[in-house]
Structure formats: C-alpha cells, structure tokens
Design a protein around this ligand. Structure first.
Ligand SMILES: NC(=O)c1ccc[n+]([C@@H]2O[C@H](COP(=O)([O-])OP(=O)(O)OC[C@H]3O[C@@H](n4cnc5c(N)ncnc54)[C@H](O)[C@@H]3O)[C@@H](O)[C@H]2O)c1
Ligand SMILES: O=P(O)(O)OC[C@H](O)CO
Length: 332
C-alpha cells in the first residue's frame, strides 16, 4: 500500500500537489534545490514566494537531497520541463528502486527533439511504472481545495486506477486514460495559446477574439496532437480543451500574464524576469513551432506567437497577418 510520496520541485504546483496528497497519504516530502525554501517549509509550514496564503499541514516536510526519493514508493516530477531530463538522470544515479511509481506532472515537450516528459523519464528509468497527470489545475485554487478535475494517463490501466484512488479527493476528481501522448501534447500546447490569449487581452481585442482564439487553438492542438500520436477525444477532454480554457481565461495563468504584458508592449526578457515563476509557453512556443514544421502540420497561432516571442514581430502586426491569411473551410 502506498502511504508516502516524494515530490521533486518545491514551486507552485509541487507545493499544491503536496497539500492534495497529504490528505490521502501519511507523509509527503517536497524535494527541491533551494535550502531556504526547504527550511521555510519545515519550520514555518509555508512556501511564501509561490503560494503566499497557504499554511501546509504537518505531514508535509521538505529537503534538498534527491537521494531521499529512493525511500518513497511514489515520486512526482514537478520541475520545469527544461529540468525534467536532468532530474530523471539524477534519480537513475541514486539507484531508485525499479518498483518506485513515477508521475510526470509538468506541462511541456522538450526543446529541439519534441520528446514528451514521460519519454524523457522512461529513457533514464525504463523499468519504473510511469504515469502522467494533467487538467485545468491552477495551483492557487488546488491548494485551497477549490473543486476541479484532472486526468491520470498510463499505458497500464491498473496503475492509472491505483493513482486515481490516491489523487482523488472531494475537490479533485480524477479520471483515467490510456492516451499518455494526447494528455502530454494537449498540456504543452495549451501553454502557447495561453500566451496568445493574454496577448489578445493586452491588445484590448475583447471577448469575441479570445473565444475565437480558444476555438482555433483547439483545432490547431487537435491537428498537430493527433499527428503526433494523441487521440482526438483527449483533446476535447480535461487535458485539452479543459486546460486550454483554464489557461486562456484565468488571471492565475502565468502564460496568460506573460501574453498580456507582451500585448501591452512589454519586453519578453523583462516580463519573464519579473514573473519569478516558470511560464512553460515561452520555451514551448519554440518546441511546438519546431514540432509543427517537422510534422508538416499548419500551426498558424503557434507561428504567430513564435514570431512575437523570438523574431521581435510587433503583436499588432502578427495579428494583422493572422486575420488576412487566405480564408478556408472551418473543418480543414
Ligand atoms: N502552477 C500551476 O498551477 C501548475 C499546474 C499544473 C502543472 N504545472 C506545471 O508544473 C511544472 C512546474 O511548475 P510550477 O508552477 O511549480 O513552477 P514554479 O515556477 O512555481 O516552480 C518551479 C520549481 O522548480 C524549481 N526549479 C527551477 N529550475 C529547476 C532546475 N533546473 N532543476 C530543479 N528544479 C528547478 C524551482 O526552484 C521551483 O521550486 C511546469 O511544467 C508547469 O507547467 C503548473
Ligand atoms: O500558470 P500556467 O499558465 O502555467 O497554468 C497553470 C496550469 O497548467 C493550469 O492548469
């Protein structure tokens, strides 16, 4: 029986997931790289930088020694996607038992290769049971036990069901799925459209424009995601349209906030530096733009965000080009 878990990553989502798992498990250990944060969690039961209003329950502790993960039967990856591979390597080096169950909770695909996080983790820890978790889940709301749903994906249905029991609470209803690729691809792409929605908001385009963007974003997500191995129904599920809406409409979304500041004329470097947290849409715009080119799939919204982020194109110019493209059938 699983009654203890380690969480790699002491940021917003790692901390919120700790509060969730602390309801069903005896002990949760947050493992991070920052000794000050670990001390704050152990001594004051807070993680002020990431979730300022939260008081953590007593059965959550923290440390900075990744080797401690080897003593837990369940280990969650909740570091930024840019750190997932290095973290998986570290776990392999500490000889993690092959029975340890791993869950990837980060949202994004790898730069250049387009690999999904579960693929990166599996490459270094090939024998460990592995699942992914995603959905419309802002840490700021989950840590307050505000109701939401999530999906747990695994090739092994029994594993997904085992995790469903552990993660589900009265306020966090988990579904299972066997479409690991679809879950991870939807989660990565919604970050980019969150930035796009923020840009539209910052430009003052109004509610109709954002609804149109969410809808065409879903079409783009489904077009590329199904080509890359995801199932159509996953993109109209919690990790697709569900998380797309959470990210495009919520002021909690860091991606949305980055986009809004860009739409108002801010500089990307300054915006990212001031955010103090990860906005996965920034690196993932590049990864997904590259994945679209490689798969020869049209990704006009992602390309527009790419040009704004990486080619210094003014947002108003990118918008004009999007709107004046050749018209086409909706289903095309
Ligand atoms: N915040 C949310 O609401 C939320 C919800 C679901 C999924 N996610 C996903 O979870 C992942 C983590 O996001 P977050 O919100 O916790 O980010 P965050 O910025 O709040 O925290 C990131 C944490 O990772 C640590 N970190 C940064 N670089 C690292 C590195 N190179 N090696 C090890 N640790 C490193 C930081 O010190 C920090 O503790 C992202 O992929 C994000 O998309 C976030
Ligand atoms: O703050 P964001 O934009 O990274 O979104 C957080 C979560 O992914 C929402 O489900």
């Amino acid at each position: 029986m699983i009654n203890r878990a380690a969480i790699l990553g002491t940021g917003s989502w790692g901390t919120a997931l700790a509060t969730l798992l602390a309801q069903s498990l005896d002990e949760v250990c947050l493992i991070g790289r920052n000794a000050k944060t670990a001390d704050e969690i152990n001594q004051h039961h807070t993680n002020h930088h990431y979730l300022p209003e939260l008081t953590l329950p007593e059965n959550i502790t923290a440390c900075t020694d990744i080797a401690a993960a080897a003593t837990y039967p369940l280990v969650l990856f909740v570091v930024p996607t840019s750190a997932t591979e290095a973290t998986a390597k570290q776990l392999a080096e500490i000889n993690l038992p092959k029975e340890t169950i791993l869950v990837s909770c980060s949202k994004g695909i790898a730069a250049h290769t387009g690999e999904r996080m579960s693929q990166l983790i599996h490459a270094h820890l090939p024998e460990n049971p592995l699942a992914v978790l995603s959905g419309p889940n802002h840490a700021e709301e989950v840590c307050k036990s505000l109701a939401t749903c999530a999906v747990i994906g695994a090739d092994d249905h029994a594993l997904a069901e085992q995790l469903q029991k552990i993660f589900t609470t009265n306020a966090f209803r988990c579904y299972t799925s066997d479409d690991v690729a679809g879950i991870e691809l939807g989660a990565a792409m919604k970050n980019v459209f969150g930035i796009a929605a923020g840009i539209a908001d910052g430009l003052g385009l109004g509610d109709n424009a954002i609804a149109a963007l969410v809808t065409r974003g879903l079409a783009e997500m489904t077009r590329l995601g199904t080509r890359l191995g995801g199932k159509m129904e996953t993109f109209i599920g919690l990790s697709g349209v569900g998380d797309l809406m959470a990210t495009c409409y919520s002021p909690h979304s860091r991606n949305n906030r980055v986009g809004k500041a860009l739409g108002k004329g801010g500089k990307l470097e300054d915006i990212v530096a001031n955010l103090g947290m990860v906005a996965e849409g920034v690196p993932n715009t590049k990864s997904i733009h590259e994945a679209g080119l490689k798969a020869d799939i049209r990704t006009p919204l992602t390309d527009a965000v790419y040009q704004i982020l990486y080619e210094n194109k003014p947002a108003s110019e990118a918008l004009e080009e999007l709107l004046t493209r050749d018209t086409r059938p909706e289903a095309d």
